[in-house]
Ligand binder design. Structure first.
Ligand code: A3P
Length: 285
């Protein structure tokens, strides 16, 4: 029920609706055994969510397909209903957040929680976010591509600055149970990345189960899966006639959108902001 109004919390741009219920979100009680998928928006969150779900279900695809759409993985920032669903879920729960690491509810670090953070190269992330703003009727109008490029570069988009987000979580992984996964690696070799996640969660499956997970979480399967493709949401929320949620699922679509001048500005900024972080992204494979 959010309006597209923007607010700000500790210098991070967020939807006003999130700021309004901030105390409830921040006081969310994590439990031992919770699994969290964290990411900057449009980085492959839903993909990782489905991989985690299948791993927790030991590859039981039929059971995964019986789950309710949208609230199957409660989204921490998405309001009271989502938080109530999370409270009533049996463990182990899978939860989702787009919060930058400094805003994560403290209970996540007090309990035995595992976080899988998914990061995507910022150029493709920006393009995907632009289309998402057009499609999601509860987000602000992104304006034209030039406007959105400027807002993204200055961190004035919902969930804040991409650079701060990916670097903050990268640093946090040295102190917490965080597995840092790159979208580009998942595209390059999804089996390898699924095995990493399985290991992180202490799971080991025979090859036929791994293959089932791989098949079920492919772009094509997910695009046609009503539990994860958001087709259950009305057009007044996600207008998928503008663009589908499962839009392209590739690395390098930014080349179809970035002007040469934008690319130069971007690369300069990237060099400055990422310097010394130990973190680097591939923008093509
Ligand atoms: P595009 O808009 O570039 O296609 P999030 O879930 O974080 O909102 O990320 C959405 C992005 O992940 C979209 O990117 C979507 O197509 C892509 N995506 C979702 N499932 C995928 C999958 N199984 N394989 C590859 N990309 C996927």
């Amino acid at each position: 029920n959010f309006s597209p109004d923007m607010g700000e919390l500790q210098g991070v741009t967020l939807l006003q609706g999130i700021c309004d219920i901030w105390d409830t979100i921040y006081n969310f009680q994590a439990r031992d055994g919770d699994i969290v998928v964290a990411s900057y928006p449009k980085s492959g969150t839903t993909w990782m969510q489905e991989i985690l779900d299948l791993i927790v279900l030991d590859g039981d695809v039929e059971r995964s397909l019986r789950a309710p759409c949208f609230i199957k993985v409660p989204f921490l920032e998405m309001g009271h209903t989502s938080l109530e669903v999370a409270d009533s879920m049996p463990s182990p729960r899978i939860l989702k957040t787009h919060l930058p690491v400094q805003l994560v509810p403290p209970s996540f670090w007090e309990k035995d929680v595992k976080v899988v953070y998914v990061a995507r190269n910022p150029k493709d992330c920006m393009v995907s976010y632009y289309y998402f703003h057009k499609m999601d009727q509860t987000m602000a109008d992104p304006g034209n591509w030039e406007d959105f490029f400027s807002n993204f570069m200055s961190g004035k988009v919902t969930w804040g600055d991409w650079f701060d987000h990916v670097i903050g979580w990268w640093k946090a992984k040295d102190h917490h149970k965080i597995l840092y996964i790159f979208y580009e690696d998942m595209i390059e070799d999804p089996r390898r990345e699924i095995l990493k996640v399985m290991k992180f969660l202490g799971k080991d499956f025979p090859e036929d189960v791994v293959q089932k997970i791989l098949q079920h979480t492919s772009f094509k399967s997910m695009k046609n899966n009503p539990v994860v493709n958001f087709s259950c949401l009305p057009e007044s929320v996600f207008d998928q006639s503008v663009t589908s949620f499962m839009r392209k699922g590739t690395v390098g679509d930014w080349k179809n959108h970035f002007l040469d001048s934008q690319n130069l500005i971007f690369d300069e900024e990237y060099k400055k902001k990422m310097a010394g972080s130990g973190l680097d992204f591939r923008t093509e494979l």
